[in-house]
Every structure is written in C-alpha cells, then in structure tokens.
Design a protein around this ligand. Structure first.
Ligand code: DSN
Length: 397
C-alpha cells in the first residue's frame, strides 16, 4: 500500500485479531474469497435502482452480481422466488429494520418488540431509537423467574394493545424462539375496524447462520418478513438481507420502493458480491458442521461457567449466545469490570445488560459471549472446557 499509516493500522488490527480469543457474539472471521470480493473494483460502480432498471449506464455485470446474490439468498433459506422476495441492498441491520417499518408500518403505528435489557435490539422500538420515536413502542420483557419469553403474557399484551407489527428476534437472548407461537400471537390481534392479524417480522441477524446450517429453527414458515445481517453467524461481510412475503399485499414492491428512492442511493455492489460469496459458502456441508459445532461449543461453555458458580441467564443456551450475570446481586463483579479483566487476559467479550437489570447500560450486570468466531478458528468442546476454567480464574482474581 502507498498509504503507510493505514497499512500499518491494518496490520496492527490483523495482529490483534490473531492474538485474542474472540467471544463477541456478533463477530466472525470471513473467508479470503469474501475479502477479495469486498476489496474488488465493483466498489467503483454506481448502480441506483435494481437489476434491469438502473439509473446509470454500464450495469450489465453488476446486474448479474446482484441477481446472483438474490438467487443465492433465496436458495440458502429454501425459499421459492414465487413466494418470497429479498432486497439485498440494505447496508446493515439497523437501516434494514428501519426500511421495513418505513415500507410496511404507517408512521405513528405500534411496534411491539423485546426490550433491550431483555435481549432485544435498539431498532425493535427502543424509545431512544428513531424506531421508537416515529412509531409507538410497545416493549415486552422476559419472565422474571424463568428468564425466557412468556408467550401467554405476550399474547395478552398483543390482544390488548393491538400492535401493527410484532418484532421477534434479539441480540442477547440465548434460547430458541417459538416462531409458531409468535405467529399465533400476531394472528390473535383484532383491530377496532375488524381487521385481524398483526405483521410478524423476524430479526434473525444473530442466528441466520445457524438456520442456514440446520442448527436453529427457520422463521420463514411463520413470518411476513425476515431480516438478517450477513456478518454474524452467517460469516459474510457487513450488509443485510431483507426478505418479505410475495403476495397480494404487495410488500415486495413497497419495500423496493422504500429502499430506493425512499431511503438510500447507490447500493454497495462490492458488499453485495461478498454477500453472494458467503451465501454460497453457507450451502456447503462444512458450514452445516460448523453451525452445529457453534451450538455444541456454546452449550459446553455455558455449562462449565455455570458449574463454576456463575449465573447463566435462562440456565443455558440453545444457540451460539450466552448471557452471563457476573454481578449476581452484588456477590460478583459488574459486566464492565468483567469485560476489562477478560480483555487484559486476551479474551474479548462485551458487557451487557441482563433481564431486569438495575445497573446502567454503561456498567451493566453481565457479559454476552458467543462462539461463532472461535468455532470458525476450529475450537471444539474441549477448548471450551479449558476456556471456561481460564475465564472463571480471571473473573475471580
Ligand atoms: N451490535 C450488534 C450486536 O452485537 O448484536 C447488533 O446491532
């Protein structure tokens, strides 16, 4: 590189990534092919519009790239192009959720989503997010005893509050979600004018790779729309995919029109090509093994930390993700302190609120762990046993 300053920083970061144990639940390591597509000359091209309908000339190759990403996205999740539509131009998860609400929920409508401290995301209607300002937020919490979703309680809330859309998905919930039950909850909503059924939107950003690899149930049989980022368990570049049901409601056309001209300009076609690469990689038998190993590793890590006396939220995990209550009502240490201690020893995690957290977001009661990145590097159950032992020692020092 001519730019020595940036070259040096890239090298420094590469060295850092190699030298640490990465337990950030939303991170992963992409393949060299994904990196090649990301760093390709596709970045030079403007392509406002969609394949076959571009505003700029010179897009014959770009159209093929985008069409390939679209067909691979549908194929990976076993979707028929006659039943599902996918927009591959979304830049990341937050803008993708924003685009979905903008397209399908009238401004001022009600978004029912999981509270941040229960494991939801800011864009599931948090009052500080524009999704909680432009639409009315209706935030639900987990059952305080079991620390899992109480579907009966949710149904009561939905029936009484009549949300326009129910968002099902999370950034810090370790368990399998019962999508069928969420569908029943959405269907139980009856509006004053007699219309029935709220929209059901699934944010599968965290577990999309597990769905693709057959290690987590698919939300597609039950949802009206599904969003995923592509850089977490799916192991692709930073981008998002937004799927909507294709039927008489015309969600496909509404969504595409909202993405451009409604919200964005030129899509990042180098990213879209890199997504296509990752989607193809995720169809391989090795990726299925990987997804299953991710979950096995998380289960062992959760079990061993629990044995060492840490409070694991919900008692364990069914996915890649573990939420550890390190504070334990003052008997332990805060999530911030835990994160710093672990980082000093080369283990990278993020501090995280836990259900019903009484501490602040900036110094919460827990840490969130995930096994996607270390499993990509070949970690197995035995490594998780050793890791839990090491973590316990560091946290108690
Ligand atoms: N920041 C992502 C995560 O870590 O889950 C979600 O936006």
């Amino acid at each position: 590189m001519q730019d020595k300053q940036i070259e040096k920083l890239i090298k420094e970061e590469e060295k850092r990534q190699k030298s640490v144990i990465n337990l950030i639940a939303s991170e992963n390591y992409v393949s060299s092919d994904v990196l090649k597509a990301l760093g390709s000359k596709l970045t030079n091209k403007y392509a406002e519009g969609y394949p076959g309908k571009r505003y700029y000339g010179g897009n014959t190759v770009i159209d093929k790239v985008e069409n390939l990403a679209i067909s691979r996205a549908l194929k990976l999740f076993k979707l028929k192009p006659t039943e599902w539509h996918v927009n591959v131009q979304l830049l990341s998860g937050s803008p993708a959720n924003f685009a979905l609400y903008s397209a399908l929920v009238p401004l001022g409508g009600k978004i029912m989503g999981m509270k941040l401290t229960s494991g939801g995301h800011l864009t599931h209607g948090h009052p500080l997010s524009m999704t909680g300002k432009l639409w009315k937020p209706l935030q639900f919490e987990l059952d305080s005893k079991t620390e899992v979703i109480d579907y009966d309680a949710l149904k009561k809330i939905a029936k009484a509050e009549k949300p326009d859309i129910i968002v099902c998905g999370f950034t810090a919930y370790p368990r399998v979600v019962d999508f069928k039950k969420f569908r029943e909850i959405a269907d139980a909503v009856v509006y004053p004018d007699g219309r029935r059924g709220a929209l059901l939107h699934v944010d599968m950003s965290h577990f999309a790779g597990l769905v693709a690899g057959g290690a987590y149930p698919s939300p597609f049989p039950y949802a009206d729309s599904v969003m995923t980022t592509t850089h977490k368990s799916l192991r692709g570049p930073r981008q998002a995919l937004l799927f909507v049901k294709k039927d008489e409601r015309g969600f496909d056309k509404k969504l595409d029109k909202m993405v451009i001209p409604g919200l964005f300009g030129g899509p990042h076609e180098n990213n879209i090509a890199a997504v296509a690469v990752a989607l193809e990689e995720a169809t391989k038998p090795d990726f299925k093994k990987y997804a299953k190993q991710v979950v096995k590793n998380a289960k062992v890590l959760a079990r061993e930390l629990k044995k060492s006396g840490w409070h694991i939220i919900s008692g364990g995990t069914d996915s890649h993700l573990i939420l550890v209550d390190t504070w334990m009502d003052g008997k332990g240490i805060s999530g911030k302190e835990a994160g710093i201690k672990l980082e000093d020893a080369g283990i990278i995690v993020n501090m995280n609120t836990i259900p019903g957290d009484k501490r602040s977001v900036m110094d919460p009661s827990g840490i969130r762990l995930g096994t996607c990145a270390e499993t990509t590097r070949g970690a197995k159950e035995v490594d998780m046993v050793k890791l839990a032992f090491k973590m316990n020692k560091i946290l108690r020092a």
